[in-house]
Unconditional design. Structure first.
Length: 403
């Protein structure tokens, strides 16, 4: 099968010639720059460009020679940086960073990014960290429905990183070229954070309080985010809709032990906004809807299926109630599982190659039967993952991916 044929079968809950494989097909299924450079060296590939398209998570764009080496079936289509500058990763290895990504020294050996609107620190990387962490509200002035309306133009760009300066005409040209020149399945990397977007704008503590103390305001903010995402989706789908197979959304709803909020609160305050966005996407494309949501989301899966979700990622197997065999038995006829192929909290970074191989074999056995499975590790491969373990993961995949 070609990659597109293989993917189409798997997403329709049929068994293709083998399980489809993803590395870097979305913004949440890739590999951090430090691990990427080490893995290329392990495979004997020449040093690449190592474009860190997501400097917050320090995630690298996976180049075609590595995709060919591991047999990947997907490519991303999204707005990206246009201009790049030479830089170094936290371990000193070379990379390219977006030209507009200009962190400041925090005076303590780390780096910060400030909001140009008010000079508030919004992202920080400590000296010990490989990636940046969100700190504080994105903009403190958004504290009422009136302020939401006043800052609507800012909200419209809040989900698109400021260092992504590409225009849709360029994205369209790239999508058409990839569709024409490769047989890989194309993923529209859209994101559309509604719940998480409100957390970023208000700050996590503030927004959790809003949900309890001022649910009308919280709903107005999420509703405005939904409005602007629908507007942006229409622009995006007009550019690339004829080329794509999957629409990637992202909205973290889970924690290690369960949903971040109660199922009742999700249904009352968040689900209506998700449903409106999903319904609009379904009205504009036949592409499958993919949701990246970390943590234990088991209790929300029936609601997500009800509103039109086709694909769940990353299948965080280390979280409670996220056992792959149980998930497949309960939801496998209705939901595609994209991920869950190898735990990235403990096994891939800290296990032995043999433990990695055993993990991969187990997860494929749980999730592959009947189709409806795309192999990917749980979330982006972190810097701590030894290259020999990453190699073991793909070796085990190819030894066990057939039907």
């Amino acid at each position: 099968m070609t990659s597109r044929e293989r993917v189409a079968a798997a997403l329709d809950h049929k068994e293709p010639d083998r399980v489809p494989l993803d590395l870097g097909g979305t913004h949440a299924t890739g590999i951090m720059g430090v691990a990427y450079n080490r893995f290329r060296a392990r495979l004997g590939l020449p040093p690449g460009e190592t474009r860190i398209f997501d400097p917050v998570q320090q995630v690298a764009r996976v180049e075609s020679d590595l995709l060919d080496d591991i047999g990947a079936d997907f490519l991303p289509v999204g707005v990206e940086p246009v201009n790049w500058r030479d830089a170094a990763l936290p371990d000193g290895s070379p990379c390219l960073l977006p030209e507009m990504w200009l962190p400041r020294d925090d005076g303590e050996g780390g780096e910060i990014i400030v909001n140009p609107l008010n000079n508030d620190v919004i992202l920080r990387r400590s000296p010990e960290s490989f990636h940046f962490t969100i700190v504080g509200p994105l903009i403190r002035e958004i504290d009422s429905p009136r302020a939401v309306d006043a800052y609507r133009d800012f909200i419209k760009i809040a989900d698109r990183p400021f260092y992504y300066d590409e225009k849709f005409d360029s994205v369209r040209a790239r999508a058409e070229r990839l569709r024409r020149e490769t047989d890989r399945s194309l993923v529209m990397c859209f994101s559309g954070h509604i719940f998480a977007g409100a957390q970023y704008i208000r700050g996590f503590e503030n927004f959790y309080s809003d949900l309890v103390l001022d649910p009308g305001f919280a709903s107005h903010l999420m509703g405005t985010l939904t409005d602007v995402f629908i507007e942006e989706f229409d622009e995006f789908i007009a550019a690339v809709g004829h080329c794509i197979d999957v629409v990637q959304l992202a909205d973290d709803l889970g924690s290690q032990r369960g949903p971040q909020i109660s199922v009742e609160m999700y249904r009352r305050l968040v689900k209506p906004h998700h449903a409106r966005l999903y319904r609009h996407i379904k009205s504009r494309t036949d592409a499958k809807i993919f949701l990246h949501s970390c943590g234990s989301v088991h209790d929300l899966i029936p609601d997500l299926i009800e509103i039109g979700l086709d694909i769940l990622n990353p299948v965080q197997v280390s979280a409670e109630k996220m056992d792959t065999a149980a998930l497949k038995k309960e939801f496998g006829s209705e939901l595609v599982f994209w991920g869950g192929g190898c735990d990235t909290q403990k096994v891939l970074p800290f296990g032995t190659p043999r433990q990695v191989e055993d993990e991969v074999k187990r997860r494929i056995a749980d999730l592959a039967p009947g189709g409806g499975f795309v192999f990917n590790q749980v979330h982006n491969i972190q810097c701590e993952a030894p290259p020999e373990n990453i190699e073991a993961m793909y070796r085990a995949f190819h030894e066990n991916c057939g039907y």
